[in-house]
Design a binder for this molecule. Structure first.
Ligand SMILES: [Zn+2]
Length: 122
């Protein structure tokens, strides 16, 4: 009984997320705030937090950061089958598969290998 209820709740949440994301993607992304390491974008009533891609990054890292940004804003990653979650307050969180080059942990590892500090908040 308990398992069925939890499963039904997860399904309802997933369906709600998909509905909200479809709604968000009907709107053009609009930059609302640019901090040194991250940017906040708005699509309709939904907020997307993405890492800033600085021009002076090494090309390999720049490509991985751009993939992460694009996946966050568009909801599809060229390298993995990511999961999108929407918080009750409308913040959209994207989860890449563990080995995806756009996964925040892989970005940090790539930054360490290239000698560039990468903040994994976004
Ligand atoms: Zn990915």
């Amino acid at each position: 009984m308990r398992g069925k209820k939890a499963k039904a709740q997860r399904r309802a949440r997933r369906e709600r997320n998909e509905r909200w994301l479809a709604e968000a993607r009907q709107e053009e992304p609009r930059l609302v705030s640019a901090l040194p390491d991250m940017e906040l974008w708005q699509r309709g009533r939904y907020t997307f937090c993405v890492p800033t891609c600085h021009d002076d990054l090494p090309d390999e890292l720049k490509q991985a950061v751009m993939a992460h940004r694009t996946a966050s804003l568009e909801g599809a990653c060229p390298s993995c089958d990511l999961t999108n979650l929407v918080s009750g307050k409308g913040l959209v969180v994207t989860r890449h598969e563990e080995q995806c080059p756009a996964h925040p942990d892989r970005l940090v590892e790539l930054g360490e290998r290239l000698g560039v500090e990468v903040n994994r908040r976004a």
